[in-house]
Design a binder for this molecule. Structure first.
Ligand code: PHB
Length: 394
């Protein structure tokens, strides 16, 4: 038997949700231990999306040493392209807010450095297998470290921020999968290439041949995606076939080409766990929900979950007041389902389903036109993409 570690909040997962939660809790004088199965290097080098809502950026910018404003770039709009024409959605003009492109692994480097500098107990290479005593006032987690030695943490509250394959979810929902699901009949073929940006802003393009997204990473590296079969093999296409597909999918735009340095296939799923909390155990971020990437909501939704949760844990652990934690899941779910709807809507409006009829295709163009040609339509998109105000979620 090992001597259990003891803390107020045991946080499983050192992704954006877990690290940000530890930061917010520390600000409220609450101790936490953060553990993650992965190494620090793996966390800091895994390439993920990077569109941050204004509210997410404002929070990250307060973290000592944050590079979000220096390395990240502000985007004041996106282009929706269909039927051979581009239509700009002007975020500040419509809703007075913007988004920032700041790759998630850069945000994670900032967060890890800041938490370690602040004395956070943050441990890598620890796999948590099980949650103990979820219904008691002393829950805990057990697992193993990188050498196979047992680890146990006793806490006042356990938070699962352990991603879409969450082990903590089992203690909350009763199973690994317990939730509302939607699968999509397509995936994204993604590339990273060494080239200058093709345009100032992201281009979301609907074409008869399928969807494509021209995104960015930096002045010299770009991220691009095109809709593909979920079973596609990322190595089956030559570089020139990839460029031909992208060019066909974004007609009317000249893409800046360059060497392809990475390729992958991203499957799409929508998921919301049936339960987000059981007793003194909660799940947040990808452990609680998954959205398809079209709406760029993933990390932002995780941040919204933990802002609310940090407030609820402050009330519970500092003031013995259970009302916020009792209402937390319902409040978090309101934003989660709005983001689910937006992500599903952007996805279904922009992609071509394999069995689409001519009616479906023409209806889809009618839908796109009704968004871009109406200020109300553009405003709905801009409001959701830049993020509903966090104050109304909290
Ligand atoms: C990305 O840059 O990876 C990205 C950007 C916008 C999205 C999805 C992914 O909607």
């Amino acid at each position: 038997m090992t001597t259990p570690l003891r803390t107020q909040v045991a946080i499983v997962g050192a992704g954006p949700a877990g690290l940000l939660l530890s930061h917010l809790l520390a600000g409220a004088g609450i101790d936490s231990i953060v553990v993650d199965q992965r190494s620090r290097e793996e966390i800091e080098t895994t390439i993920r999306a990077g569109i941050l809502e204004q509210g997410t950026v404002d929070l990250l910018a307060e973290i000592p040493g944050s590079r979000v404003h220096s390395v990240g770039t502000r985007h004041d709009g996106i282009e929706l392209r269909f039927d051979g024409h581009g239509h700009r959605i002007d975020f500040p003009g419509l809703v007075g807010r913007s988004v920032w492109l700041y790759p998630q692994h850069e945000a994670l480097k900032d967060l890890i450095a800041a938490r370690l500098a602040a004395g956070q107990d943050l441990r890598f290479g620890i796999t948590i297998d099980e949650v103990l005593d979820a219904d008691s006032s002393r829950p805990g987690v057990v697992g193993v470290d990188a050498t196979g030695a047992p680890v146990e943490i006793e806490a006042d509250f356990v938070v699962g921020a352990d991603g879409s394959r969450s082990n903590v979810r089992v203690a909350v929902t009763g199973s690994h999968t317990g939730g509302y699901f939607r699968e999509y009949p397509f995936a994204w073929f993604g590339i990273l290439c060494e080239a200058a940006p093709s345009a100032d802003e992201l281009i979301y393009s609907n074409s008869p041949d399928g969807f494509a997204l021209i995104s960015q990473r930096s002045k010299t590296v770009q991220r691009m995606y095109f809709q593909c079969d979920p079973e596609a093999d990322p190595d089956a296409l030559s570089d020139s076939e990839i460029w031909d597909t992208l060019k066909r999918r974004v007609p009317g735009t000249t893409l800046t080409e360059g060497p392809i340095i990475k390729r992958d296939v991203l499957r799409f799923r929508s998921f919301v766990a049936h339960e987000l909390r059981r007793g003194r155990v909660a799940i947040v971020g990808d452990a609680a929900h998954t959205v398809p990437p079209t709406g760029a909501k993933g990390m932002n939704l995780a941040v919204a979950d933990v802002i609310l949760l940090a407030r609820a844990l402050d009330s519970l652990l500092n003031h013995g007041d259970e009302s916020l934690i009792d209402g937390w899941a319902d409040r978090a779910r309101q934003r989660i389902w709005k983001a689910q709807h937006f992500s599903w809507w952007m996805t279904s409006m922009l992609h071509t389903v394999p069995e689409a009829t001519e009616f479906d295709r023409l209806r889809q163009l009618g839908e796109l036109r009704s968004v871009v040609e109406s200020e109300a339509g553009r405003t709905y998109l801009a409001e959701a993409y830049t993020g509903w105000p966090l104050a109304s979620a909290g």
